[in-house]
Design a protein around this ligand. Structure first.
Ligand SMILES: [Zn+2]
Length: 526
């Protein structure tokens, strides 16, 4: 005789088996939200988890925090006529991602020198120093010796891989510099930036270290033979040329383009070292490079940083875009059967934010996503690990309750309304804003965010009722007045695809990035 509870559980289990699929109402099963999310999991079930890669490409969006990704993704969609929120930046569809802690050894909110040193050497270090560990004293040349780290780019060279470093910032700026230089101060970009004691003490400026990379590495490790960085492209010509107008390039902006006070012309030195190499300084020179035969390329496309993507058409002699540089670099580096390590930085996302100008920060992020897509298209997912990350975030917020599809650069318009919402002070407000910085400016069609530095800071609330906040020249309001908007201390993201990508998981310290590269390429294997 069955007890009553046994009977009840028998009936319950019979009902359950037949009810599993049927329990979902049609509105749930047929919802695109439901089926699209289910597809995400099905795709993950198919993923390959190979460990070893032939090539690694590390993309760094300088200052590209999570709010920058969200806002840029919405802008990208809205530029294509969509609502925006539902889309993805190219690398946001990569199968693996991690959350990354960015602090420097001595700083809660980090800078690019310490963060890139961590990513490319596996060791966290102090703010403001390049390629050296925390035992350094910033600005003290005498403390460099014995504290130099070895970067993944150097290890790749020693292993016979081809290497490339690309940036839209000066190629001597903190992020690219950390791949090839050792310096007690990120600001020692050329000899005129160094205290006399540092130059006299035997410290070499960053531009000189780029040109002497091969020689210096071979001196550090007697017996090894490397062939030097194959592709280096970015801005920063002023640090390579003598302070003499006779050395000005065709698109010099200053009366005297070069800054070097030691009369050295590093572009000529580089050409003398690599007689089959191509030194180029404009778009025409860039276009003339044949990637099938090029062995060495040094491209310095601007006196200082390269243009913002939105401002690129205004360059005097023309510049390639970040995606064009990325594609060409891959075409050159993949001539090496042993593989390559390429580092690509979008340096000006950070600069747009520092200027309090979301328009340029986001447009450069969209171009950065295009460069990642170009790399994905030009490589084999079976042999190339692509890592995409940032070095740190910015105090950049997406706020208020704008309705779905509201222009991301616009004023907040609430759900159910067609008019801008008014704050407690009776004035409209933008969705995007900065906690600190120079504050409001309406520079209309100005596409150079740095134009703000010629204008007095203007923090606090402003009446923007009659202002079009979606123009390139609009600078968002801010609360705390500072000469430049600052970095932020919260975590950033890491996105990965290709062999070894599955190791990018969880919440990790930033120096784990080096170990992802090292693991995939086996840089230290016997
Ligand atoms: Zn910065």
């Amino acid at each position: 005789m069955y007890s009553r509870w046994m009977l009840r559980s028998l009936i319950a289990s019979l009902l359950a088996t037949s009810a599993h699929a049927a329990v979902l109402p049609e509105i749930q099963k047929s919802s695109a939200w439901y089926s699209n999310a289910e597809q995400v999991i099905n795709t993950k079930l198919q993923q390959n988890t190979k460990d070893k890669a032939k090539n690694v490409i590390l993309f760094v969006g300088d200052g590209m925090g999570i709010s920058t990704l969200t806002a840029a993704r919405i802008l990208q969609g809205q530029m294509a006529g969509q609502s925006g929120e539902e889309g993805y930046l190219s690398f946001e569809t990569f199968p693996y991602s991690a959350q990354v802690k960015t602090y420097n050894v001595d700083a809660q909110t980090p800078d690019s020198a310490g963060t890139m040193t961590a990513m490319i050497s596996g060791v966290k270090t102090d703010v403001g120093v390049i390629g050296v560990d925390e035992d350094i004293e910033r600005g003290n040349c005498a403390t460099v010796k014995g504290n130099e780290l070895v970067s993944a780019v150097e290890l790749a060279e020693i292993r016979g891989l081809s290497t490339g470093v690309i940036s839209t910032a000066r190629i001597t700026h903190a992020t690219p510099a950390a791949t090839y230089a050792k310096s007690a101060d990120r600001n020692w970009e050329d000899v005129s930036d160094m205290p006399e004691a540092a130059a006299a003490g035997g410290c070499e400026d960053i531009a000189s270290q780029l040109v002497n990379f091969e020689k210096n590495l071979e001196m550090r490790f007697p017996g090894i033979d490397v062939d030097g960085i194959e592709v280096a492209m970015g801005g920063g010509r002023r640090h390579f040329l003598p302070k003499d107008a006779a050395f000005n390039s065709a698109d010099a902006r200053s009366e005297v383009e070069g800054d070097r006070t030691d009369s050295r012309d590093l572009t000529a030195e580089w050409q003398a070292t690599y007689e089959h190499g191509a030194y180029v300084m404009d778009k025409a020179g860039f276009d003339a490079i044949d990637p099938a035969t090029a062995t060495k390329v040094l491209g310095l496309f601007n006196e200082s940083h390269m243009q913002y993507e939105a401002d690129r058409a205004n360059d005097i002699a023309g510049e390639p875009s970040l995606s064009e540089m990325t594609s060409k670099a891959i075409d050159i580096l993949d001539n090496n059967d042993k593989g390559y390590l390429l580092v690509v930085e979008s340096g000006r996302i950070d600069h747009g934010h520092h200027a309090g100008n979301a328009y340029n920060a986001l447009n450069d992020t969209v171009e950065f996503a295009k460069a990642v897509q170009a790399a994905a298209d030009a490589t084999n997912p079976e042999d190339t690990l692509i890592l995409v990350t940032a070095d740190h975030s910015h105090v950049f917020t997406i706020a208020g309750y704008p309705k779905r599809g509201n222009p991301i650069l616009g004023k907040v318009v609430a759900v159910g309304s067609d008019e801008p919402s008014l704050a407690s002070d009776g004035m409209p407000y933008t969705t995007l804003g900065y906690t600190n910085g120079r504050g409001f400016a309406d520079l209309g069609s100005e596409t150079n965010a740095d134009a703000i530095y010629g204008i007095d800071p203007n923090a606090g609330r402003k009446d923007i009722t009659a202002v079009d906040t979606t123009t390139p020249g609009f600078h968002q309001e801010t609360t705390i007045p500072l000469s430049s908007e600052t970095h932020a201390g919260e975590d950033i993201s890491l996105h990965a695809k290709g062999p070894g990508a599955h190791l990018a998981q969880g919440v990790v310290e930033q120096n784990v990035v080096f170990h992802l590269i090292n693991q995939a390429l086996g840089l230290l294997n016997d």
